[in-house]
Design a protein around this ligand. Sequence first.
Ligand code: FE2
Length: 268
Amino acid sequence: MKIIHITDLHLLAPGQSLYQTDPYERLAQCIDDVVVEHADAAFCVITGDLAHKGELAAYHGLTQQLLRLSMPVYLLLGNHDLRAPFREAFPAAIRDESGFVQAVLRRPEGDFIFLDTLDEGVNGGKYCNTRSAWLRARLDEAGERPVYLFMHHPPFSIGIPCLDRIALAEPERFAALIEGHRNIRHIFYGHAHRPVCGSWRGIPMSTMRGLNHQVPFDLHTVSHVPKSHEPPAYAVVFIDADQVIVHFHDYLDRRTLAKTGDHYAYAR
Ligand SMILES: [Fe+2]
């Protein structure tokens, strides 16, 4: 099974630039690549910060690009998103009985659970009692089935101070919520704008760069979130009974080395 993980689009209205790059063009280039290389993916998930300012025009732009994908696409919200314009642009988007952007996708490979960590107007994430009750019920329903979680805000620190102070609030509550469900095989998250993998309480996790701008590897800045222009990436994930493999793909870097005799060099 192949899935596509994309995160942090930060879209503005098509044609507008953000930090000297065009987020809509970056998305279009990403979709170009997915269409050509991964039309066989089971689904695509975008883990939040779909729009930079939550503008309706930005969500409409996203609609246009997603029409190009033949696979189902699941959209999650990040701290830059706004619920009302998102709902207006995507009336058929996932939602739970309380209106949060959450759902479970049950497939033969396991239960894929999409979580809503948005605390609107706040950079940090929140997983409230209502959402927690919903997730607890979904985990109970999963029983012994494999579970894969998708969320914008990580419920753990990643060692980058400017991001750790805006991670999911009360991570210990989230940890207690999923504790005991030993069938959670992976957490796919966003928010970091960097490739960050590892494990948390024994659960593997991964994220990668966003599509427009990144967060530099800065272990000191606390006062604000620095920006960089490391290349954008999306992830191609292979899942089967024995393993989860995550490939990060810098889709704008198409340079390959040409072999000439015993030497390799970039083709001119
Ligand atoms: Fe972001």
